[in-house]
Each structure stands twice: as structure tokens, then as C-alpha cells.
Design a protein around this ligand. Structure first.
Ligand code: MD6
Ligand code: FE
Length: 227
């Protein structure tokens, strides 16, 4: 059995499987959130190769927010439809506004990984049509937000972390209130659905570091069924 499978069902506490890694117990995850520690490790190198190829077609770029700010994170997409933000708002677009061409296709191997992760988390038959590709440089972050531009909230979101580690945080249905912090490492997958689907979440500022797979960056892939 591959290591990523052996560690696949971690839904509460990574420490059970990684004794000694953290001296403090991590808190239990909220209902609707599943952490599959290391689930994408075996695929990571291929995913990153694909990301590099896609960046030549639809380059990562900071996007303007409706409020006139710019995201600190550089973003791109693959799939039938891609998430974009500008002064007019947040939405999904079939054409990349930067290149005025379709987004790169979602590779079958990516779809298979996302479907398997969803299935392990209690969401069979997950077929995403969009994958947001976030490029985090040291010092960038993503503030608390909801994912609510998709049509069907019964589908989960599958999120793959690659490269430098980061602290993910998620709260509840409102912007204020307590948040749970979850450290995410290279190859970890978070699946997010049900009651948690519209809950607030974000990632803390990326700390300086060097990862053998990505250098001084973190890449996050979020698979969604948007249409
Ligand atoms: C990130 N992720 O991990 C940002 N949203 O870099 C998200 O905003 C996100 O990971 C919904 C579900 C899972 C996610
Ligand atoms: Fe999100």
C-alpha cells in the first residue's frame, strides 16, 4: 500500500498517524470537513508539471476585487469554466479574460484524483468542471471568505495543497466567531462539503521557506462543480 493510501482516512487528527510531528494535539475538524493527509503525494510531481504547462497557456495573475483591491495571490484556472474577479464582481467565465481563449482543459488524472478524494470523504460521483489554481508567494495570504459563486452547494470542494506548508483556518456561517486552524502540508487534500460548504475560511500569510517540489511557493488546487 502506498503511503498516501495508508494515511488516507485522517479526518480528525494527523498526530495519530504521525507521532512526534506536533507536540500539541490538533483540534478536531468541523463537521463536513475531511483532511486526507498526504493523499496527493504520489501525484504531486505530475500535478506540478501540469501546472507549469498550464501557466504558459493561462498565466497566473493577481485579480482585482470588486472593491478595487488586488488579490495578493496569483490565480489561474483549468476546466470548462474558471473563477474570475474584477471590478464587476466574482463569477465563472468560460474564457480567460487575459488571453481571451478557453482555459486549459482539466486533465483526466486531475479529475480522477479529485473524484477519489471526494469519494473517500463521503461524496461519491464528484465530477468537477472547474479548478482554481492559486500561486502563493512568501508573504501572500487569503483572507476569510465564503465560496458561494457555484450553482449547486450539494457538491463538495476538493482542495489540494502543494509545496510550502500553510495554516488553513475555517470558521462558521458568519465572518466573525471562532476559527479552527489546520496546518496543511505538501500533498494534503481537504474535502469540504455539507454543512461546511458555505462556511468562512482562508489561509494565513505564507511563511518564508524552501520546498523541494515548488521552491519558495505554495500551490493550491481547488476543484469545484460550478455549473
Ligand atoms: C487555499 N483555498 O487553500 C485557498 N475554498 O489556498 C480555498 O479558498 C478553499 O481550500 C474552499 C474549499 C477549500 C479551499
Ligand atoms: Fe475558498
Amino acid at each position: 500500500m502506498h503511503e498516501s493510501q495508508a494515511r488516507a482516512y485522517v479526518s480528525m487528527n494527523r498526530d495519530l498517524f504521525d507521532p512526534g510531528q506536533h507536540s500539541v494535539e490538533s483540534p478536531a475538524l468541523p463537521p463536513g470537513v475531511t483532511l486526507l493527509a498526504g493523499f496527493a503525494l504520489a501525484d504531486a510531481a505530475c500535478l506540478l508539471e501540469d501546472v507549469a504547462q498550464m501557466a504558459e497557456v493561462s498565466p497566473p495573475r493577481r485579480m482585482q476585487t470588486p472593491g478595487g483591491h488586488w488579490t495578493s495571490v496569483s490565480m489561474s484556472n483549468c476546466g470548462e469554466i474558471g473563477w474570475v474577479s474584477d471590478r464587476r464582481g466574482y463569477r465563472y467565465e468560460a474564457v480567460d479574460p487575459l488571453t481571451e481563449k478557453p482555459w486549459p482543459a482539466l486533465p483526466p488524472s486531475w479529475l480522477a484524483l479529485a473524484a477519489q478524494a471526494a469519494e473517500h470523504s463521503g461524496f461519491p460521483d464528484f465530477l468537477p468542471d472547474a479548478c482554481l489554481i492559486n500561486h502563493y508567494a512568501v508573504g501572500t495570504r487569503m483572507g476569510l471568505h465564503q465560496d458561494r459563486d457555484e450553482r449547486d452547494f450539494s457538491a463538495p470542494i476538493v482542495s489540494v495543497s502543494l509545496g510550502l506548508p500553510v495554516t488553513f483556518q475555517f470558521g462558521g456561517a458568519g465572518r466573525r466567531g471562532p476559527v479552527v486552524r489546520i496546518p496543511l502540508q505538501h500533498g494534503d487534500v481537504i474535502v469540504w462539503g455539507g454543512v461546511a460548504r458555505r462556511h468562512y475560511h482562508g489561509v494565513l500569510t505564507l511563511k518564508q521557506g524552501m520546498h523541494p517540489a515548488t521552491g519558495d511557493r505554495r500551490i493550491n488546487l481547488t476543484f469545484r462543480k460550478a455549473l
